[in-house]
Write a protein that binds this ligand. Structure first.
Ligand code: PLP
Length: 394
């Protein structure tokens, strides 16, 4: 009989991908389902980026590259960090991987031993705890709530740190909450970390460019530059340039850590796709107007979605600072529906009864909420809100 490893039995499949798959399955059966589960921009990859990918194929740039990425792409990433983040890195401090997902995976495999603790604020991106578990580590979740705008306080961080803490993961703007830390808030967290020199910090800046606050984007290194030697910056082209399928993410940090992560990658996937690397180079070096155009559309949809959600009985939603997610509290609606006891059941119910697919907050460590992705055109979003309204007002 098949004997599966303990390791694989420790984790669960990605719940966001599961919702997307369920919506697709019902659609195949002929049901009219509006899928607001997927975490990907609906826009096409910008034309100049697609062209660079095509040229890479035609030019025969279709072989193995250096494991950690081509020198040209690493240079483009270093230039990006300098331009957008005022952070200086050399190419030995950069690792290009098959999506931001692999960047975090490599980090866990390179840093975490059995029993090591990793602090993860909730709501969190679904993959953090599972990748930590896969590496043998222990996720230590800090709960936040709507009243705290889903952000942890310095006191909470201090209380969560133990002698076993290896890493804390920050993701701002956040998937799923849409909330971003201000530079002052990050500086206050940074002060706590300065007291604990053995703790590393990962800042996942994947949604950096999808931000509409008055303040410019800042990560914890901008706020506390003294953390440079124990900070790893994670980012990628997936969300900013509508390139989810190209699978390119990147990490920047201390050279010794990057080298260790690169070793993991050399024994798993090797280099990310050569063609995608060329396209990513074009995205990072090219005109950045495409990013701004998408941002305008996301903000417009955000405003419509948050207003529409707050108009539903039993639903309450904060404004997002960025990303393409809204993360409403739907516990009032759960209480009002006799057939439904929790957010997981609400997810099922809304797919069946309203034909709208949302991801239950439990997947992100925050029950009672649902994540709605507004990376879909406005008329579709309005149709979805109308359907939700019919169910909520029944
Ligand atoms: N980090 C966060 C916060 C995300 O939401 C995602 C994607 O959903 C990723 C990283 C990974 O992105 P990808 O592997 O598609 O580049």
């Amino acid at each position: 009989p098949l004997k599966l490893s303990d390791r694989v039995q420790r984790i669960k499949p990605s719940p966001t991908l599961a919702v997307t798959a369920r919506a697709a399955e019902l659609r195949r059966q002929g049901k009219d389902i509006i899928g607001l589960g997927a975490g990907e921009p609906d826009f096409p990859t910008p034309a100049h980026v697609r062209a660079a990918g095509k040229s890479a194929i035609d030019d025969g740039f279709t072989r193995y590259t250096a494991v950690g990425g081509t020198p040209e792409l690493k240079d483009a990433i270093c230039a990006k960090f300098q331009r957008d983040n005022a952070l200086s890195y050399t190419p030995e401090q950069i690792l290009v991987s098959c999506g931001g997902k692999q960047s975090f995976f490599n980090l866990c495999q390179a840093m975490i031993d059995d029993g090591d603790e990793v602090i993860i604020p909730a709501p969190y991106w679904v993959s953090y705890p599972d990748m930590v578990l896969l590496a043998g580590g222990k996720p230590v979740v800090i709960e936040t709530g709507m009243d705290a705008a889903f952000k942890i306080t310095p006191e909470q961080l201090e209380a969560a740190i133990t002698p076993k803490t290896r890493l804390i993961v920050l993701n701002s703007p956040s998937n799923p909450s849409g909330k971003a830390y201000t530079q002052a808030e990050l500086a206050a967290l940074g002060q706590v970390l300065l007291k604990h020199p053995d703790v590393f910090v990962a800042t996942d800046d994947m949604y950096e460019h999808i931000l509409w606050t008055d303040d410019a984007f800042a990560n914890i290194l901008n706020a506390t530059p003294e953390l440079y030697e124990r900070c790893i910056v994670l980012n990628g082209v997936s969300k900013a340039y509508a390139m989810t399928g190209w699978r390119i993410g990147y990490a920047a940090g201390p050279a010794a850590l990057i080298k260790a992560m690169s070793k993991i990658q050399s024994q798993s996937t090797s280099n990310p796709t050569s063609i995608s690397q060329k396209a990513s180079e074009a995205a990072l070096n090219g005109d950045q107007d495409c990013v701004k155009e998408m941002l305008v559309a996301f903000k417009q949809r955000h405003d419509a979605v948050v207003a529409g959600l707050n108009a539903l009985p039993g639903v309450s939603c904060l404004e997002s600072d960025g990303t393409f997610y809204a993360f409403p509290d739907m516990s009032g609606l759960i209480d009002a529906l006799p057939e439904v006891d929790n957010d997981l059941q609400l997810g099922e119910y809304l797919i069946e009864q309203a034909g709208v697919a949302l991801v239950p907050g439990t997947a992100f460590g925050t029950p009672g909420h649902m994540r709605l992705s507004f990376a879909t055109d406005l008329p579709t979003l309005e149709r979805a809100l109308e359907r939700l309204s019919q169910v909520a007002n029944r």
